[in-house]
Design a protein around this ligand. Structure first.
Ligand SMILES: [Zn+2]
Ligand SMILES: [Zn+2]
Length: 334
């Protein structure tokens, strides 16, 4: 069965690069070839389409319908839409407490600016919208699921639980995008990798991943080795293998799933799936359960590499994928 369980509708900051990427997404669904590209008429159509997209926002039927269109094209049967927790204004305190935001520190200043630009939505607008769209999707043969990608910070479990309560989630994803307050996947702060001891950094990262899993708060924990995003890795096989096994044990013991996530493969310098090949092998050998995801941020990327990754799981002996419904697991044979 074809599924994609980690799909975003939007993510700032809202640069011209973002606008250009949004235009590319809208254009890829344009059916009629009546206008010449690079013509004034085409530009007018494009600007109108972008204005419409901006006016209506990402929680609009028109935008979500592009995802539905793509899902039907690809024959996907289940699509899980998630949003990053930091997009919601309700989570301001949680992130302010846990991110490096010191205006006197170059990374702090950058991150403070970034947070202000991406925290633009209200959680209820998102959850109400997805719940309301489920029926329409179902009628067209695709199950729409509501998820959330929640940043985990050690020691803040109670606060996170409060932020997530009373919402009709089908599943909650735990993610690590920060080590000691530094958002390591931001290209603007990537030079920090040159300044730190990679082994110490990876240890901090994997410890946090392990604690996220052991918190038992998540249906699956995402992209288990995304710290490799810019290609900085520890070349000590024994060290890596030790961590792969520790993470695998934590997942199995807490009955937490993970994903094979294609985001870093097609969008970041490392060009590798999460988890990487050796990590994946270890997880499969230990009996960890998987879902698959494109980590798409635009409708034209929906489903990217999910089939490839399903096949690679199958070749390793995995017989089923995991889906979610109202925080219960569902099983889909491959
Ligand atoms: Zn993520
Ligand atoms: Zn994501």
């Amino acid at each position: 069965m074809k599924i994609d369980y980690h799909v975003h509708l939007e993510e700032g900051p809202y640069s011209f690069g973002w606008l250009d990427r949004t235009a590319k997404a809208i254009n890829s669904f344009r059916q009629s070839e009546d206008l010449d590209k690079n013509s004034k008429e085409y530009m007018k159509w494009q600007v109108d389409a972008l204005k419409n997209r901006l006016d209506k926002g990402c929680f609009s039927q028109e935008w979500l319908d592009l995802y539905l269109q793509k899902a039907k094209q690809l024959g996907l049967k289940e699509v899980g839409i998630v949003d990053h927790l930091y997009r919601f204004k309700e989570t301001k305190n949680y992130f302010e407490k846990n991110m490096l935001l010191d205006e006197n520190d170059p990374i702090g200043k950058l991150q403070s600016d970034w947070l202000g630009k991406v925290m633009t939505e209200n959680m209820n607008d998102f959850t109400n919208f997805i719940v309301q769209e489920k029926k329409r999707w179902s009628e067209q043969g695709v199950e729409l699921k509501l998820g959330i990608e929640a940043d985990y910070f050690v020691g803040c479990e109670r606060e996170l639980a409060e932020l997530l309560q009373n919402q009709p989630w089908d599943y909650v994803i735990g993610s690590i995008h920060f080590v000691d307050g530094w958002g390591f996947d931001n290209p603007q702060t990537a030079n920090k990798f040159e300044e730190v001891d990679l082994k110490v950094l990876y240890e901090r990262f994997f410890e946090t991943v392990e604690q996220a899993i052991r918190s038992g708060m998540f249906d699956f924990v995402a992209h288990l080795d995304n710290l490799k995003v810019f290609g900085y890795k520890v070349e000590d096989e024994a060290f890596n293998q030790m961590w792969y096994e520790r993470i695998a044990s934590a997942l199995v013991e807490t009955n937490t799933a993970t994903e094979v996530n294609a985001g870093l493969f097609y969008r970041y310098p490392v060009k590798e799936m999460c988890p990487g090949p050796a990590f994946l092998k270890t997880l499969v050998a230990k009996g960890v359960e998987f879902t698959v995801s494109s980590d798409s941020h635009f409708p034209d990327d929906l489903g990217k590499y999910t089939l490839v990754n399903t096949e690679s799981l199958k070749s390793l002996g995995v017989e089923r994928l995991i889906g979610f419904d109202k925080r219960e697991r569902t099983y889909h044979s491959i």
